[in-house]
Design a protein around this ligand. Structure first.
Ligand SMILES: [Zn+2]
Ligand SMILES: [Zn+2]
Length: 244
């Protein structure tokens, strides 16, 4: 076993607020430069670009975890991760159907771009991905577990679209074991403000929407294998996670 440097919350060109500079090879090249060894790609409400970015990660010898950043009915962002692509894909299908039927406005948000392995644009997603699912936080947590994934509320240290920003507390009955924090988060101040977080694991990620931010926030896990199962084991044994 050894420590691995991870960034488990990164956006691709699919996310409306991301630039086309976040192409698979550019993104993974930057992650490699930053020493990231395990990465999860987590676009807003869609896993449509996962396989293409996984291929690029393999080229750079970076372990890849399938992910998505779900926006719940309460407008809370939740990172959902999966080891198994088939289960992730099934989750993704149900998630897409659960999104409110609002069209993306490319002039305002930019295009929601799906790429092929040669980095050609194969299609754009018309339904707005910057939008809520009808699933509540509770439903999201249950759905992710139903498909053998792992979920944690994203960027709880910022107000918009975060669990603590929207609800102000951690619902005790949802078995939340970890929360995401931003690259800039002062974790000591956060723990002072919300002592309940002492019982949870903080996972720092970049939440990068542009190349320069990839790897700017990271977490190290002490792992047996470079997969989600091992990361969840490390989270359950808090000593095996460090954010500095
Ligand atoms: Zn978010
Ligand atoms: Zn994000």
């Amino acid at each position: 076993m050894r420590w691995y440097k991870t960034d488990l919350h990164v956006h691709t060109v699919l996310s409306p607020c991301s630039g086309l500079e976040m192409s698979p090879r550019s993104l993974m090249g930057k992650a490699k430069t930053e020493g990231i060894e395990i990465i999860a790609v987590t676009d807003h409400n869609s896993m449509a670009n996962c396989l293409v970015y996984e291929k690029a990660a393999q080229e750079f010898d970076i372990a890849f975890i399938y992910g998505v950043e779900v926006q719940s009915a309460e407008e809370i962002h939740i990172v959902a991760l999966f080891d198994d692509w088939k289960e992730g894909l099934e989750f993704n299908r149900e998630l897409f159907d659960s999104l409110l039927p609002i069209k993306n406005d490319p002039a305002y948000h930019g295009n929601q771009v799906v790429l092929d392995e040669k980095e050609n644009i194969v299609r754009t997603i018309k339904k707005s991905l910057i939008n809520s699912s009808i699933w509540t936080l509770e439903t999201v947590m249950h759905k992710v577990r139903e498909f053998n994934g792992f979920a944690f509320p994203a960027h709880v240290d910022v107000t918009p679209y975060s669990l603590l920003g929207q609800l102000g507390f951690i619902p005790p009955d949802l078995n939340i074991t970890a929360v995401g924090i931003t690259a800039e988060c002062d974790e000591k101040a956060l723990l002072e403000k919300y002592p309940i977080l002492h019982d949870l694991v903080l996972i720092r990620n970049s939440d990068a929407h542009s190349l320069q931010d990839v790897g700017s926030g990271y977490t190290e896990f002490y792992l047996e294998e470079t997969n989600l199962k091992s990361i969840v084991n490390a989270i359950n044994n808090k000593n095996n996670v460090r954010i500095k």
